[in-house]
Design a binder for this molecule. Structure first.
Ligand code: AGP
Length: 609
């Protein structure tokens, strides 16, 4: 996620802007910039790379002035570069803005503004907002900002600055965080509390649709309808480190709880307005392209590999194209059959995993068409692949991948449905039905996060076992693999996932009295079979925690505990069943006193073979 800061007061704006941005570095970014009004003009300084590069650039000649805004950019539209870094200005330089989020309708607005003569300097969605403000400006800064807000769609936190109105900042938010820090004769704006906590602990937490006019000695906040809002001062009692985690104890828990927004952001621009089809402007595939290959490989590592297994199921089920999935560290060493009739899809949160990057390069050398699914704009894998689909999960800091996994699943589901629409292997009414269910997922993920107490209890009770088994069939098996990896990597418990039908071929020998078995039973097509496997382990006195869909009244008769997730199509339910497994792993790690965000021996991105 991008980081935003703003300052208005009597002190040096640049000093706070750089200090505030440094406190937001944990959010991940690829470029940074500040804009300061010096009493007559606005000076904008920005730089790709780390904040240190920006500091070095201006060290000898710091911008002077007591009004300013700053930004660290996590690229979504437009690669990391000086020109794409924020702040962005309109043609005249009268208006300067910083933005966190996604302006979904920016392309249409940009075309319209270019026709009206606006000259753009960047590839970003954000710059459209600056030119739009210039276009609608009628002398009333706040009213003009409101007109802009009426025309843009998407998620945003925005801070506006203008040399025509140097006595104020205007800020607003929709689906992205924004706080105002209350100082003495000065006020601060930031996308997150860590940026301001060293200056003040008294804050206003902005709500969606609110517009704040921030002067150095006053703050006026109104709601979407322009009615005055009385805000209660929120006293921040977190320490700086806790503030970076948004009040959560660990990044892993914060990122688990960010999944509803991450899933919503990843799907939001890729569904046609009328809900009839998936839109993949990044790909522009057609039947000819789909007929140009006769095999798909999905190659990845770890959690991304587990997402690839689900992707295989989706593409074969919906688009009826053969898919093979492999771990990247094996793929290129088994002399795979790859040629110009192959489509290689690589999946990687970081976009830097060396085995995955190497598999991509080798496949390109052999003539394959390549597509990357990654969370980092401008990453090595993003740059190497012929085409890229970005998950918009925002930076994932914890070593254990959680929101990246669910956004990879949702993106692969949409890719599979997109291919099916082109190949006409799914009827239009089925497409509409699946898209309608897809749009409900963010709120359903929220629902699975609403009551974590039972999971905390399980984790406390079973967190000291040394062996745990996960079983399931079909998509439940794929999710079981991910659940086992989560538990292994953060709690150091030996967890194994097995295809439930495989138990009798060996693993059952390990099932003895009291061994915890997490049994996923949501796939209706194999439900009875899974139930009989559960009975097998119960007959050996295992302790079974079942994961079922809401409407299932049967499973609880055969297991010791059951956790239910909201009903949805069995294709989509993996995005829900994985959430209790993520939480189980997290709380088991807490129970065992493990270093949750930085597990022993592991790195967030494995950039060596
Ligand atoms: C997942 O929780 C692990 N941290 C690890 O398996 C990770 O998924 C794997 O290293 C792949 O990383 P990538 O998605 O950045 O390529």
């Amino acid at each position: 996620m991008c980081g935003i800061v703003g300052y208005i007061g009597s002190g040096e704006a640049a000093e706070f802007l750089l200090e505030g941005l440094s406190k937001l570095e944990y959010r991940g970014y690829d470029s940074a910039g500040i804009a300061v009004y010096d009493g007559s003009d606005v000076r904008v300084e920005k730089s790709v790379g780390r904040l240190a590069a920006l500091r070095d650039k201006i060290r000898e000649d710091m911008p002077k002035g007591s009004l300013g805004i700053g930004h660290t950019r996590w690229a979504t539209h437009g690669r990391p570069s000086d020109s794409n870094a924020h702040p962005h200005t309109d043609c005249s330089g009268d208006f300067v803005i910083v933005h966190n989020g996604i302006i979904e309708n920016y392309l249409g607005l940009k075309e319209d503004l270019i026709e009206k003569g606006h000259a753009f300097k960047s590839e970003t969605d954000t710059e459209v907002v600056a030119h739009l403000l210039e276009e609608v400006y009628n002398g009333d800064f706040e009213a003009s900002v409101r007109e802009v807000l009426r025309r843009i769609e998407g998620s945003y936190s925005l801070v506006f600055m203008s040399k025509k109105h140097p006595d104020r900042l205007i800020c607003t938010k929709q689906d992205n965080p924004l706080v105002i820090g209350l100082g003495e004769g000065e006020n601060f704006v930031a996308s997150d509390i860590p940026a301001i906590i060293a200056r003040t602990r008294r804050t206003f937490i902005m709500n969606d649709g609110e517009v704040a006019v921030v002067r150095k000695d006053s703050i006026e906040i109104t709601n979407r309808r322009g009615e005055p809002v009385t805000k209660k001062v929120f006293e921040v009692n977190w320490n700086a480190e806790a503030a970076e985690k948004g009040g959560y104890e660990h990044f892993m828990l914060k990122e688990i709880h960010e999944q509803p927004k991450a899933v919503r952001d990843t799907m939001s621009q890729r569904i046609a307005k009328d809900g009839s089809a998936i839109v993949m402007d990044e790909l522009k595939w057609d039947a000819e392209f789909l007929n140009s290959f006769n095999k798909i490989y999905i190659v990845a590592c770890g959690t991304a590999y587990h997402a690839g297994l689900v992707g295989k199921f989706y593409i074969e089920k919906l688009a009826r194209i053969v898919v093979e999935v492999d771990v990247a560290s094996e793929f290129r060493y088994r002399d795979p059959v790859v040629d110009e009739n192959t489509l290689l899809i690589v999946v990687s949160q970081s976009g830097e995993t060396s085995d995955t990057l190497a598999a991509l390069k080798e496949s390109k050398r052999l003539g394959a068409k390549t597509l990357a699914i990654t969370n980092v704009v401008g990453s090595s894998i993003a740059r190497e692949a012929d085409q890229v689909l970005y998950t918009w999960a925002g930076p994932e800091i914890a070593v254990a991948s959680t929101k990246a996994y669910t956004t990879q699943l949702v993106l692969m589901f949409m890719l599979a449905l997109y291919m099916a629409e082109i190949k006409k292997t799914v009827k239009p009414e089925r497409c509409r039905e699946l898209i309608s269910l897809l749009k409900k997922l963010p709120s359903q993920v929220s629902e699975t996060l609403s009551d974590v107490e039972p999971i905390k209890t399980f984790a406390k009770h079973y967190g000291f076992n040394e062996d745990v088994f996960y079983i399931g069939r079909s998509l439940d098996y794929d999710v079981a693999l991910e659940g086992a990896l989560k538990l292994k990597e953060v709690s150091y418990i030996h967890a194994e996932a097995y295809a439930a039908g495989e138990l009798k071929h060996g693993t059952l020998a390990l099932i003895i009295e009291g061994v915890p078995v997490i049994a996923l039973a949501t796939q209706k097509s194999v439900y009875e079979k899974t139930l009989s496997n559960i009975k097998e382990v119960k007959a050996r006195d295992a302790v079974v925690i079942g994961i079922a869909a809401e409407g299932d009244e049967e499973l609880e008769k055969y297991v010791d505990h059951v956790m239910k997730v909201p009903e949805t199509d069995e294709l989509l339910i993996p995005l829900l069943t994985v959430v209790p497994l993520q939480l189980l792993a997290y709380y088991a790690a807490i129970t065992r006193g493990c270093d949750v965000d930085k597990p022993r021996n592991l790195a967030k991105s494995v950039t060596v073979e």
